[in-house]
Design a protein around this ligand. Structure first.
Ligand code: ADP
Length: 651
């Protein structure tokens, strides 16, 4: 009989399993029971439409047997079974490539990632030196035996099996120095493993167990007898009261079912009766799946109809902005054989979605209020999705999401909410502009801060150095530093928060920083120097829309601001998108009237030194671009211009 080789990927994985570095070898049983349960589900599901299947719900079962002498553990099910081809395809190969690379990278850690890529069956080789699978598909007379000792490959031969279903027989490895395998032949140990990982399996997991009793008619003589026992409680985890379920049980359930190797950050248990009757068990993952922010990621919750799985990933149950939520919904109102298309239009489902959405939002809000560190961590993982959600659909969901957003505060140097920003706005008497305000004692003082300020760029460090930030901060106003591409777009969609509009400190818009007198003074100074600014504008040509006096600068000579809705940062973001049509923001060069350089510019203009004024204007413009984190068009010309100015000074 020819021994067939495992496919290359499978072989590598098998090696990993045989020389297992996983400390929780016991999970092999969970994997095999879970496969058996799936096989029962499949047959049960088929029986809903195929009335020739003679089984009643209570006939489906998983049976465990141990033989210490032969060193075997047998896991049997009367499920759908496998054909010869299925044995070959399901057990001889691993469909998903890529998964292995991922595993390799993580092998150093003691993490339990078995099962997450459909490699569950192979975990049998962690404890078994030989694995035999005998299977007969439902509706067929033919049975086949798949057998493997691991590395050598496997064989498939015809065999005899009285009824449909699958038996998996493991020959448990001999003990070696540092590893005790005998424990898996211990009945109590197996029972405790079943209880720990598979208690909620909806089919009975049975085992013949030995007990002892007093022999009838004797005083002190005992006899042993065996009895078929069901080991699991069969109540699905989501049907149990939250208070009766341990954190560990929820965590294990999550990891096994949703293929994650870290514990969830948060568990949400929800039960409703009335217009929609359902149980929901939802999880917020502790970290973003590696493909979360890619197209491959599919959102969705498992959907059960009265305890029977009818869809593995029902996308209609979650809005996109909560797509990170994993979990399941078990509805009492849905019919078992509802089609995918019908589901989409199902009112019941829509109702569930609305309540779940509210529930998720409430839980996140509570976490934000009561467990801030945990929320910060959550936001690091999934905050981007919430911000995108705010922006998408022209802001249709902004009211749901705006209070869940966090942004980096310049003053606090940590993430804060918009509510916190507004609450921390300085009150009237705390700011210089408020002097002379009356009746500040009687009323809660109002803030003089008109806007919510923000700056957008690639890093907090870069933003903290922006010339325009100085004056805003000096006024006692905080600035939100935005570093995700989507941030500024999201804020534009939000437009305002509690009546305070958002203002980019680098936009040409009024920042509301000056008093009326200061404004007048600036206007007059602008007017006085209008020829100078006109000359500078001529020197810079199309590069800028305008040159004007700045009211936002303190120590820097110049800065770039933008006019209109498109900011300089948005220009960068949009132009970096693949295949994007190029956009250009309207840039304005603002000059600081109290900087010494300004005097130099004035005298150049007065003395009619047009060439030098033009050179200086270009150097200043390029400097402003560099500070803003933008690239300059002609670095060589810029360097030459700077050098020639330096050379001139030395003369
Ligand atoms: P997964 O269960 O994650 O798909 P496994 O390696 O555990 O990956 O199993 C591979 C496949 O083998 C399963 O998807 C299933 O089709 C089949 N299989 C495994 N065990 C059984 C069983 N007891 N009865 C029927 N089919 C099974």
């Amino acid at each position: 009989m020819a021994v067939q080789q495992f496919k290359a990927e499978s072989k590598k994985l098998l090696d990993l399993m045989i020389h297992s570095i996983y400390t929780h070898k016991e999970i092999f049983l969970r994997e095999l029971i879970s496969n058996a349960s799936d096989a029962l589900d499949k047959l049960y599901f088929k029986s809903l439409t195929d009335t020739t299947i003679p089984l009643k719900k209570e006939d489906y079962a998983i049976h465990l047997a141990v033989d210490k002498g032969l060193r075997t553990i047998t896991i049997s099910d009367n499920g759908i079974g496998m054909t010869k081809e299925e044995l070959e395809n399901n057990l001889g190969t691993i469909a998903k490539s890529g998964s292995l690379d991922f595993k390799r990278e993580n092998t150093a850690d003691d993490i339990d990632i078995i099962g997450q890529f459909g490699v569950g069956f192979y975990s049998a080789f962690m404890v078994a030196s030989r694995v035999t699978v005998i299977s007969r598909p439902y509706g067929s007379e033919e049975a086949y035996k798949w057998e493997s000792t691991g590395a050598e490959g496997y064989t498939i031969t015809p065999c005899q099996k009285d009824s449909f279903g699958t038996d998996i027989i493991l020959v448990v490895k001999e003990n070696v120095d540092e590893e005790n395998y005998d424990e898996f032949l211990d009945e109590y140990r197996l029972v405790s493993i079943v209880k720990k990982y598979s208690d909620y399996i909806r089919y009975p997991i049975t085992m013949n167990r030995e007990h002892s009793r007093k022999k009838e008619g004797t005083e002190n003589e005992y006899e042993t007898y065996t009895e078929l026992e069901t080991l699991n409680s069969m109540v699905p985890l989501w049907k149990r009261d939250k208070k009766d379920v341990s954190e560990e049980e929820y965590n294990n359930f999550y990891k096994e079912k949703f293929m994650d190797f870290s514990d969830p950050a948060h568990v949400i248990v929800s039960k409703t009766e009335g217009s929609a009757t359902y149980n929901a068990l939802l999880f917020i993952p502790g970290r973003a799946p590696f493909n979360y922010y890619t197209r491959e990621y599919e959102k969705g919750l498992q959907l059960y109809a009265s305890g029977v799985l009818i869809m593995d990933k029902c996308p209609d149950l979650l809005p996109d902005y909560f797509s990170f939520v994993k979990g399941l919904v078990d509805s009492q109102d849905l019919s078992l054989n509802i089609s995918r298309e019908m589901l989409q239009h199902d009112n019941q489902l829509r109702l569930i979605r609305t309540t779940l959405e509210r529930k998720i939002k409430n839980e996140l809000t509570a976490m934000l209020r009561n467990e801030r560190e945990k929320y910060d961590e959550f936001f690091k993982n999934f905050g981007l999705q919430l911000k995108v959600g705010c922006y998408e659909g022209y802001g249709a969901h902004k009211d749901t999401l705006k209070d869940l957003l966090l942004f980096h505060s310049a003053k606090e140097n940590k993430l804060i909410t918009l509510e916190e920003y507004v609450q921390a706005m300085p009150k009237a008497e705390q700011t210089e502009a408020a002097e002379g305000t009356e009746d500040s004692e009687t009323k809660e003082p109002e803030t003089t801060q008109k806007y919510i300020y923000y700056a957008a760029g690639s890093s907090v460090e870069q933003l903290a150095k922006l010339p325009a930030a100085e004056r805003v901060l000096e006024k006692g106003y905080d600035i939100l530093y935005l570093t995700d591409n989507v941030d500024e777009f999201a804020l534009q969609v939000l437009h305002e928060y509690e009546g305070k509009e958002f203002r980019n400190i680098s936009s040409g818009d009024d920042l509301g920083l000056e008093t009326e007198e200061e404004k007048e003074a600036a206007k007059a100074q602008n007017e006085e120097n209008k020829d100078l600014f006109a000359a500078m504008k001529t020197a810079l040509g199309d590069k800028v829309a305008d040159v004007r006096l700045s009211t936002r600068l303190k120590n820097h000579p110049v800065c770039i601001t933008s006019e209109g809705a498109l900011s300089v940062e948005m220009e960068k973001v949009l132009n970096s998108m693949p295949n994007a049509e190029k956009v250009e923001s309207k840039k304005v060069l603002e000059v600081n009237g109290s900087h010494p350089i300004f005097g130099v510019l004035q005298s150049l203009q007065k003395s009619g030194n047009t060439q030098k004024l033009s050179d200086y204007s270009n150097v200043l413009y390029n400097q402003a671009l560099l500070i803003e984190g933008l690239s300059i068009e002609d670095p060589v010309a810029y360097a030459q211009a700077v050098c020639s100015i330096m050379a001139e000074k030395a003369e």
